[in-house]
Design a protein around this ligand. Sequence first.
Ligand code: G3P
Ligand code: CA
Length: 328
Amino acid sequence: GHGHGGLDDLPVPTIIGHRGASGYRPEHTLAAYRLALDMGADIIEAGDLVPTRDGHLVCRHEPEIGGTTDVAEHPEFADRRRTKVLDGISVTGWFTEDFTLAELKTLRATERIPANRPHNTLYDGRWEIPTFEEVLRWQHEESRRRRKQVWIYPELKHPSYFRGLGLGLEERVARALRRHGRDRRNSPVILQSFEPTCIQRLNRLVRNPLVVLLWTADSRPWDFVETGDPRTVADLITPEGLREIASYAQGIGPTLDLVIPRDTAGRLTEPTTLVRDAHRAGLILHPYTMRNENPFLPADFRRGTDPDAYGDVFGAYRTYFATGIDGV
Ligand code: G3P
Ligand code: CA
């Protein structure tokens, strides 16, 4: 085992419902989370966490909610539209940090990528934006109802950016977990972030945290850009870099390209040594995003959402985590 009883209870490989069953329902709604469990997910990414103006945590993929809610149809919020620079990228729209929770609760979730998931638009306007508090209560109720421990895998989104606004995500997550008794050893919660300093902060603020550091293929962690740390992701995925990460994280969440690169024609090539190197450093691994309709994945993987169908592929790579049920 990995020395963490809780993680050892999870099946190998583990299927994560990425923002819920987002191929089938508007993502980051309780309905999407529930359906992912019905489809056999072991863990729900609930949510990507972003803050409200009055300091609550809500589940949205990004703080900008023009495409994931009906906010544009609310004339009372027309003057809330802003252009902001977020982690170096200019974004225009409506941002959760400019709304109180009460205001956000008047909005309804909509499908984020209607061109790819047209049937999901049938559910536009049905469901509220969930809060992290609601997720923690839901997790407890679902686990009791299903007589099976439901795991959640919240991601803290843009933590440096929100720290700069006085809306530190780590403190708020720590407080919520403590309130729900989810800071005990082997609690069924794994926290993820793209920023190493966020993971390190969670280690200081949360008792017994299980934490995973995320990576994209081509960029530097945004907190490194902010602090002038010159290292790139390529520097971090060396055996030495992985050993350092293992001193403050249980796992890594690399983009799929870092595990199974594609050639210029988009075909899958041989796996890299990242899985082996990570396991040697004692790290679990969650490559994202494996989608069952992805034409580049082996046929075994595309058989469906049955966890056994994933085992052939990821068993071979000895990968611990796979992100499963996700339309895009
Ligand atoms: O868990 C990995 C994945 O969720 C990170 O990317 O942009 O989908 O939140 P993103
Ligand atoms: Ca995420």
